[in-house]
Design a protein around this ligand. Structure first.
Ligand code: AMP
Length: 410
C-alpha cells in the first residue's frame, strides 16, 4: 500500500501569517451547553479551545470577528439559542470586551465589522438563525466573507459539513488568506499520526455497541496498523461469526459475514486481532443486574456479556503498553453501569501508562472521551479529540469539505 502524501504545500499556516492591521473572521465552535433556566454556559471547554487562535490574531495586531452556531434552531431566531449567552464567559476568559452583532448578516453586523479596530473582538449572532447556513448558500457566505480580510476555520466538529461558514465562505478569499486555526491543526496532526505513522507498533482499540458503526474505520485503518483490539458489544458479532455461544449478548446477525471478511482481511495484512476471551456477564441489561463470569464463546443461556474479563484485560493492557501509537475509540463495556465499568477504566489507565512511557495516544469518539474524563485522565493521554462525527469520517478516509477547501485534496 502506498502512503498518501498529504499536500500541505499550498496551505498557509496561521503561525506564518501576519495579521497586523487585518480583520480575521474565525469559524469557531461555540456550540456549548447552557443552563436550562439561567442560560449561563455550564461547560466552557469549547470556548477555551478557541482562545489560542483568537489571542494569536489579537497579539499580532489584527481584529477578530467570531461566528458560530449554537444548538439546532428550527425557524429563525430563538432566545435560548442566542450566542449573546456566551458573552460573559468569553469576556472573562479573554479578559477583554466583546462587541455583539444581533443578526449575523444584518445592518449591525455590517456596521460593527466595518468599524472594528485593531485588537477588538466582535461576535456574530447564531449563524443557524438562517437556513442559508446549513444549506451552504453562496450569497449568505459572501456576505459573511465581506466583513473580513482573512478566513480562519477553527471548528473541527463541523468540518464534515459543507455549510456556508465552514466551507463555502472560503471561495471568496485568496488562497493565501484562508487557513486553519490551532484547534483544527492539532486535530489533523493527531489523526494523521494514526493514519500515516511510520513508527510501529500502531494499535487501534475499537469498542462500543455496534460493528456496523465502526466497519469503515476499521477497514481504512487496517493497512497502517499492527494490532486491532476489539471490545464492547461488537465483540459478540465476531464471537458468533467464529461459531461461539453468546447467550443474550448484543449481536448484529446481519453483519456476521462482514465480521468474517474483516478478520480475513486483517490476516492478509498481517494485523494481529485481539478479541475478548472472557467477560463479566449480566442476567439483564441493568445497573443492578446479577453477574457471573465466563469465556466469551461460552456465554451461558440467558446471560449477556457487558464487560471484558480479567484475562482479556491482561492481554489488552500488555499490547497497549508495548505500542508506540495508539487510537482508542469506544468503551470496552457498558461503562455507564458501575458494575461493568472496570474494563473501560483499566484501558483508560493503561493508555495513560503507555503515554507516560512515550507512546502517542489519541482518544476520540463521544463515549471513550466520556470514559477518559470519568477517570480524570484527559491530561494523561496525548490528545483527546473534540471532533465526534468529523473525526470518525476523517478516520474512515472520507474527505471533509471544510478541510478540503483549505488544504486541497489528499
Ligand atoms: P458507541 O457509541 O458505538 O461507541 O457505543 C457506546 C455504547 O456501547 C455505550 O453506551 C456502551 O454502554 C455500549 N456498550 C459497550 N459494551 C457493550 C456490551 N457488551 N453490550 C451492550 N452495549 C455495550
Amino acid at each position: 500500500m502506498t502512503k498518501k502524501n498529504i499536500n500541505f504545500m499550498n496551505m498557509y499556516k496561521i503561525d506564518d501569517y501576519k495579521f497586523s492591521g487585518k480583520k480575521a473572521i474565525i469559524r469557531v465552535d461555540f456550540n456549548v451547553p447552557l443552563h436550562k433556566e439561567t442560560l449561563e454556559v455550564t461547560d466552557d471547554t469549547r470556548i477555551k479551545g478557541a482562545l489560542p487562535t483568537i489571542n494569536k490574531i489579537i497579539k499580532d495586531g489584527g481584529s477578530v470577528i467570531l461566528m458560530s452556531h449554537l444548538g439546532r434552531p428550527k425557524e429563525g431566531p430563538e432566545e435560548k439559542y442566542s450566542l449573546k449567552h456566551v458573552i460573559p464567559t468569553l469576556k472573562k476568559l479573554l479578559g477583554k470586551d466583546v462587541k455583539f452583532a444581533d443578526d449575523c448578516i444584518g445592518a449591525s453586523a455590517v456596521k460593527l465589522s466595518k468599524e472594528l479596530k485593531k485588537g477588538e473582538i466582535l461576535l456574530l449572532e447564531n449563524l443557524r438563525f438562517y437556513k442559508e447556513e446549513t444549506k451552504g448558500d453562496e450569497a449568505f457566505a459572501k456576505k459573511l466573507a465581506s466583513y473580513a480580510d482573512v478566513y480562519v476555520n477553527d471548528a473541527f466538529g463541523t468540518a464534515h459539513r459543507a455549510h456556508a461558514s465552514t466551507t463555502i465562505i472560503a471561495q471568496f478569499y485568496d488562497k493565501k488568506d484562508i487557513m486553519f486555526g490551532y484547534l483544527i491543526e492539532k486535530e489533523l496532526e493527531a489523526m494523521d499520526k494514526i493514519l500515516n505513522s511510520t513508527e510501529k507498533p500502531v494499535t487501534a482499540i475499537m469498542g462500543g455497541a455496534k460493528v456496523s458503526d465502526k466497519i469503515e474505520i476499521i477497514e481504512h485503518l487496517l493497512p497502517n496498523i499492527n494490532n486491532l483490539i476489539i471490545g464492547g458489544g461488537m465483540t459478540y458479532t465476531f464471537i458468533k461469526a467464529n461459531g461461539g455461544k453468546i447467550g443474550n449478548s448484543v449481536c448484529e446477525d446481519d453483519k456476521l459475514k462482514l465480521a468474517k471478511k474483516l478478520l480475513k482481511k486483517a490476516k492478509e495484512l498481517n494485523v494481529n486481532v485481539f478479541i475478548p476471551v472472557d467477560a463479566v456477564n449480566a442476567d439483564s441489561f441493568d445497573a443492578n443486574a446479577k453477574t457471573n463470569y465466563s469465556k466469551t464463546d461460552e456465554t451461558p443461556d440467558g446471560w449477556m456479556g457487558l464487560d471484558i474479563g480479567e484475562t482479556t484485560l491482561k492481554v489488552f493492557t500488555s499490547i497497549i503498553e508495548y505500542s508506540k501509537i495508539i487510537l482508542w475509540n469506544g468503551p470496552m463495556g457498558v461503562f455507564e453501569f458501575e458494575k461493568f465499568a472496570h474494563g473501560t477504566s483499566e484501558i483508560a489507565k493503561s493508555l495513560a501508562k503507555a503515554t507516560k512511557n512515550g507512546a502517542y495516544t489519541l482518544v476520540g469518539g463521544g463515549d471513550s472521551v466520556a470514559a477518559i474524563n470519568k477517570n480524570k485522565l484527559a491530561d494523561k493521554v496525548s490528545y483527546v479529540s473534540t471532533g465526534g462525527g468529523a473525526m470518525l469520517e476523517y478516520l474512515e478516509g472520507k474527505e471533509l469539505p471544510g478541510i478540503k477547501i483549505i488544504r486541497g485534496s489528499k
